[in-house]
Write a protein that binds this ligand. Structure first.
Ligand code: ATP
Ligand code: MG
Length: 417
């Protein structure tokens, strides 16, 4: 109905962020020179998701379906495929190593060798009930000499590789693909939410020097750490900004809607600044809450969440070791002055990440909560492995897009996130 697929000069890509609280889509066009323009977007309430993972199929499918309609009308384009966010604490990083013999010392390393050493670095290292989402080559060594980033064309007899393998539990991946399929959208690739957000808000210099994205969502907090230009670590904490709302609802014995209003309208992350002693809500400000009590509840939960973030940074050996600091994304990053709290809690410089410098109808998505959906669209746009998005005809004929083999979503190993 809305197909612009006849347009030979452009292809269209879609980023679909299936969150616990919200679903978001960003549709972008890519021209022959690779220039990306946002042509459609939308957000809506999610359903049937628990801690970043589908708890049933119909809930998220319905939410995606309802939300996509407006984005499609705006973009003038019918979404059939998308790059989709994956989340939940089943998403992990594993550092592995592999070694192969490649022949004599005169042998020049080629793509096949890289595929083979990657196979060794991955097979048997990742449990069978996990899907590999990406393999990030961190370093190669030739005949014992390490520190090599790109060994193609170099000579050596023994090739070693150090890699960061990103994986998630297979049921999590399968159910996510099923739920988008139920909304008539094929998930061409699953990408961790924080990794997608990083694509939208970080620049190359930050990734080179050392930086982390903390995607502060509703029910999860995702962390993606970069150094030397590579994704070094991914982890997800099953706690998010909704936990603050729930704590307020319980402690103050109020409805969650009122707790949410108090959190979003009256709380700031700068707990030391001067403020009124009472928080007044309702049509005629008829309900008043003691600010000190409210702030204590919020701060206790923030303390806990940020202590967990710090634990992950420590486990990855990056605590206080990130020159470019921490970049916060997700709806939780919208709390006013949250960077003041975060800076103190993490003992690092903290900024709020918003997608920047995009063409098209970009203003509306230049928000921290849109970082994941925008990043997914950019990764899709930059991945040359996908043919211009399938037409309905192609879909009906059962033609599969590339990247859906046994390693499914991870065909292009060098397409760094
Ligand atoms: N102004 C604000 N101040 C504080 N919190 C906010 C504000 N606006 C939104 N939030 C919170 O952001 C959260 C929603 O964020 P987001 O949309 O990124 O989550 P999600 O992607 O659906 O969840 P998840 O990533 O955990 O699956 C909610 O907890 C909401 O209360
Ligand atoms: Mg999210």
């Amino acid at each position: 109905m809305y197909n612009k697929l006849m347009d030979d000069n452009k292809r269209f890509v879609t980023g679909l962020d299936v969150g616990t609280e919200n679903v978001r889509a960003v549709i972008a066009s890519v021209n022959k020179s690779g220039e990306i323009a946002i042509v459609g977007y939308n957000e809506g309430k999610s359903a049937g998701m628990r801690k970043g993972v589908p708890a049933n199929l119909a809930g998220p499918a319905g939410a995606i379906d309802r939300m996509l309609g407006d984005a499609e009308r705006m973009g003038g384009y019918d979404v059939r495929n998308a790059y989709v966010s994956i989340n939940g604490s089943t998403v992990i990083s594993t550092h592995t190593e592999g070694m192969i013999a490649v022949g004599t010392t005169e042998h020049e390393i080629n793509d096949e060798d890289l595929d083979r050493v990657e196979g060794v670095a991955v097979s048997g290292r990742i449990p069978a009930n996990r899907d590999v989402l990406d393999v990030v080559p961190l370093e190669y060594a030739l005949d014992g000499q390490g520190g090599i980033k790109d060994p193609i064309g170099m000579s050596g007899a023994r090739l070693e590789m150090r890699a960061n393998v990103i994986s998630a539990l297979t049921p999590n991946c399968e159910n996510l693909k099923k739920t988008t399929a139920a909304a008539d959208v094929q998930a061409d690739r699953l990408i961790p939410s924080a990794v997608a957000a990083a694509k939208a808000v970080l620049n190359e210099k930050q990734k080179e020097n050392g930086v982390a994205v903390v995607d502060f969502g509703a029910a999860t907090t995702g962390i993606a750490i970069y150094e030397e230009g590579d994704l070094q670590y991914v982890g997800v904490i099953p706690v998010g900004s909704n936990n603050i709302t729930n704590d307020l609802a319980i402690v103050l014995a109020i409805a969650p809607e009122l707790a949410e209003e108090i959190k979003t309208r009256f709380i700031t992350g700068d707990f030391n600044s001067e403020k009124s002693l009472a928080i007044k809500v309702g049509k005629n400000n008829e309900r008043a809450f003691d600010r000190k009590e409210v702030e204590e509840v919020v701060k206790a939960r923030l303390d806990e969440i940020f202590a967990e973030i710090r634990k992950k940074l420590k486990a990855a050996h990056y605590d206080q070791r990130l020159p470019e600091g921490i970049v916060l994304t997700g709806g939780g990053a919208k709390m006013r002055d949250i960077e003041v709290f975060a800076k103190e809690a993490l003992e690092a410089s903290v900024t709020i990440g918003t997608p920047q410098g995009l063409d098209g109808v970009a203003d509306a998505v230049e928000k921290p909560e849109f970082a994941t959906a925008v990043g997914l669209a950019i990764i899709a746009a930059e991945s040359g492995d996908l043919a211009p998005t399938q037409s309905k005809k192609a879909k009906k004929s059962g033609k599969k897009p590339s990247g859906s083999g046994p390693f499914g979503l991870v065909k292009k190993i060098f397409s760094k996130f």
